[in-house]
Design a protein around this ligand. Structure first.
Ligand SMILES: Cc1ncc(COP(=O)(O)O)c(C=O)c1O
Length: 308
């Protein structure tokens, strides 16, 4: 999806013009993929933009950094404030936000430890990641022949930049075959997740999602939807799923910050349920939209406003 430039990008404590936010071609992160990042959204509310679960996203960024032995010179609290500042100065009402820890220029080779950890935070307006129609019509996915990375290859619990080659291989394969999204399996054949989304199936009033041990990222949208669903009286199970569990589900959907909540209406050319977005998915999607835009008092701590 094309980028829409905004005015400023926060780089190591300074607001830099969008066009000047560049790094050297010999930056080691570019060569070896040793970096970590977050994907966050801010939504328009009647109190101005609110970043959704910002503190938790920044906490996950630091957990990713810990996995990759990266030590930024800023605290999590400072980056929460920097993120709010970036959204404010760019005068956007809603946007996608991308904090990144990357290696500084000056060292080369497979040992990242001598390099400094640098930090940038950018934001830009970004529409529906799986297409403008996906929310209404649902999307079509295929199980990928690329397996999801595992704990002894590259830890799937982190958001390391290089690990997304695995996701991109699956995404490209799915797009070239005419699908909207890929579903990745573990080597044992358990469903892990989409290329950039967690996955849920619905049977009656029960929601099932793969456990983290099956290579799913601890998605913040996953947790949001689980919380909303539990509070609406649905049963939630985290249990391993096989591909046929998807084919035979009443409903299925993806969750993720970029994708938000998208009904999954077809898997491997088989209709899921009626082949249309189902009622449980639609109910939870409506609640999700109210929650992110600060219209549900019960979850107001999730809305972190950029103006005091
Ligand atoms: C591989 C992967 N799985 C799942 C997700 C969904 O996570 P979240 O809801 O925290 O954005 C993402 C996006 O961050 C992702 O990259």
């Amino acid at each position: 999806m094309p980028l829409t430039p905004t005015k400023k990008i926060w780089m190591d404590g300074e607001l830099v013009d969008w066009d000047d936010a560049t790094i050297h071609v010999l930056n080691p992160t570019l060569h070896y993929g040793w970096g970590v990042f977050e994907g966050i959204r801010a939504y328009a509310t009647d109190r101005g933009p609110a970043v959704f679960r910002l503190t938790e996203h920044i906490a996950r960024l630091y957990r990713s950094a810990h996995l990759y032995l990266m030590e930024p010179a800023f605290t999590a609290g400072q980056l929460v404030e920097a993120t709010r500042e970036v959204v404010r100065v760019n005068e956007v009402e809603s946007c996608y936000i991308r904090p990144l820890f990357y290696l500084g220029y000056g060292e080369m080779g497979l040992n990242p430890l001598p390099s400094q950890t640098k930090v940038s935070i950018a934001c830009w307006p970004w529409g529906a990641y799986l297409g403008a129609d996906a929310e209404e019509q649902g999307c079509r996915a295929a199980v990928s022949s690329w397996q999801r990375i595992g704990n002894n290859t590259i830890p799937p619990t982190g958001k390391g930049t290089g690990q997304y080659i695995n996701s991109s291989l699956a995404k490209v394969q799915a797009l070239k075959a005419g699908y909207d999204e890929a579903i990745m399996l573990t080597p044992e054949g358990h469903i892990a997740e989409g290329s950039g989304e967690n996955i849920f199936v619905v049977y009656g009033r029960t929601l099932v999602t793969p456990p983290l041990v099956d290579g799913a990222l601890a998605g913040i949208t996953r947790d949001t939807v689980m919380t909303l669903a539990r509070d609406h009286g649905y049963e939630i199970k985290e249990q391993s799923l096989n591909r046929s569990d998807l084919y035979l589900a009443d409903e299925a959907f993806f969750t993720g910050t970029a994708a938000e909540m998208v009904p999954l209406v077809e898997v491997d050319d088989r209709a899921v349920g009626t082949g249309k977005p189902g009622d449980v998915t639609k109910t939870l999607l409506a609640q999700f939209k109210l929650a992110v835009t600060g219209q549900l008092d019960q979850y107001k701590d999730w809305n972190e406003y950029v103006r005091d």
